[in-house]
Design a binder for this molecule. Structure first.
Ligand code: S3P
Length: 426
């Protein structure tokens, strides 16, 4: 797909699609609840459709209309053995969270996904699930999918996770629903807490103290209504574009601003961004706001430590923003980016370098000296949605043409991304 420099500022209002993490969890927890769960503003991206299809294969009736997704839950013990392999597509969230649920069932099954999923590390969930007495095996013997899971009687544990990962934490907490005693997870830094908030919304007992989350087993989960907030990870592309393109003013409506997810906003404000929070509200424990974003003169910043999990998916677009800012931006402690849908540190460094940015990869991040004008380049998305969207935004400020190959991979989290970009950027 070809992109050229925009000649006009970004103007207008946009409601970004529903949050991907919250959409996955609404389907999963709705399936494990008794009765109907009604989800509005569900994200119909390929990842969340993978979650729907896995639960349908385990006997859950799910209705999808333009306005709503209705999940007819069957309770904690209502899933049935799928007739074939569960296909998680490109979705790490589906793979890791479902594994926690499957470990405590009274049936066995195999799950896998696309080429990217088959390279992503699953040892991080195999280890705690095995400590819980779960039976989970990488069929290729390399700690990656395909995974065979034999449902077992699980025991409650306290797990000290070496990584700050909501997927690992959620996997262990979900297995903990089926355990014989309370289960808790301590992380090195707090990752997104949507599982904790939403499980409680459905009637479970989850408590949090600093970076430890604990769950009591065998709750009675009751179907509920979930209004999914706009995805801050999707909003981040338009926030960045509006901040970088002179004269821009964009209103992003109903965006999730959960403090475990808002690191991109904090980093942008620290860089000098003009962002106003309007109409603050809370939906199912999740804080939201409308964000009014205006073009700003930005300067470099440092992001590291406990901030990293709060903007983990926004680091590619943060790198684009840093390239437009005056001065140096340092991103540290972000080695997790190497094991996302692609090696995002490597791809962002090479791609922005090809566009003329003074950028250096480090062991755990990147150093960006911003302020140099960008030039168009040919960028391979590596079928990674966040890479494609980040370079589409970078191209709006680049001289000449930018070609993004396999750009349609935005379907994973934002099927209408190019339509919305065309509308706002003219
Ligand atoms: C997610 C957690 C994060 C994030 C991913 C979604 C989730 O992954 O990168 O896009 O929904 O729990 P990790 O847990 O691997 O950091």
């Amino acid at each position: 797909m070809l992109f050229t420099k925009t000649t006009s500022p970004l103007k207008g209002e946009l409601t970004v699609p529903g949050d991907k993490s919250i959409s996955h969890r609404a389907v999963m927890f709705g399936a494990l609840s008794e009765g109907l769960t009604e989800i509005t503003h569900f994200l119909p991206g390929a990842d969340c459709l993978s979650t729907i299809s896995c639960f349908e294969k385990m006997g859950i009736h799910i209705e999808q209309t333009n306005e709503k997704v209705l999940v007819h839950g069957k309770g904690l013990h209502g899933l049935t053995a799928p007739s074939g392999i569960l296909d998680c597509g490109n979705s790490g969230t589906t793979t890791r969270l479902i594994s926690g649920i499957l470990a405590g069932q009274d049936f066995s099954c195999t799950l896998t996904g696309d080429a990217s999923i088959q390279k992503r590390p699953m040892g991080r969930i195999i280890k705690p699930l095995t400590m819980m007495n779960g039976q989970i095996e990488s069929l290729t013997g390399n700690d990656c999918a395909p995974l065979k899971i034999i449902g077992s009687s699980l025991k409650g544990i306290h797990y000290r996770s070496p990584v700050a990962s909501a997927q690992v934490k959620s996997c262990v907490l979900l297995a903990g629903l089926y355990a014989d005693a309370p289960t808790s997870v301590t992380e090195p830094a707090l990752s997104r807490n949507h599982t904790e908030l939403m499980l409680n919304h459905f009637g479970a007992s989850v408590t949090t103290q600093e970076t430890t989350a604990a769950v009591l087993p065998e709750p009675k989960l009751i179907g509920s209504s979930i209004q999914v907030p706009g995805d801050i990870s999707s909003a981040a592309y338009f926030i960045a574009a509006a901040l970088m393109i002179p004269g821009s003013e964009v209103l992003l409506k109903n965006v999730g601003i959960n403090p475990t997810r808002d690191g991109f906003l904090r980093a942008a404000l620290d860089m000098g961004a003009d962002i106003t929070f309007l109409n603050r509200a809370t939906q199912g424990g999740e804080p939201t706001a409308d964000l009014l974003v205006r073009y700003s003169r930005l300067h470099g910043t440092t992001v590291e430590g406990a901030m990293i999990p709060t903007l983990i998916d926004e680091i590619p677009i943060l790198a684009v923003l840093a390239a437009a800012a005056e001065g140096t931006t340092a991103i540290r402690d972000a080695q997790e980016l190497k094991v996302k849908e692609s090696n995002r540190l490597d791809i962002m460094t090479k791609g922005l370098g090809n566009m003329g940015v003074d950028i250096t990869a480090t062991e755990d991040g990147m150093i960006i000296h911003g302020g140099t004008p960008l030039q168009g380049a040919v960028i391979d998305s590596h079928l990674d949605h966040r890479i494609a969207m980040s370079f589409a935004i970078a191209s709006l400020t680049a001289e000449g043409e930018t070609e993004i190959t396999r750009a349609e991979c935005v379907d994973i989290s934002y099927p209408e991304f190019y339509r919305d970009l065309r509308r706002l950027a003219g």
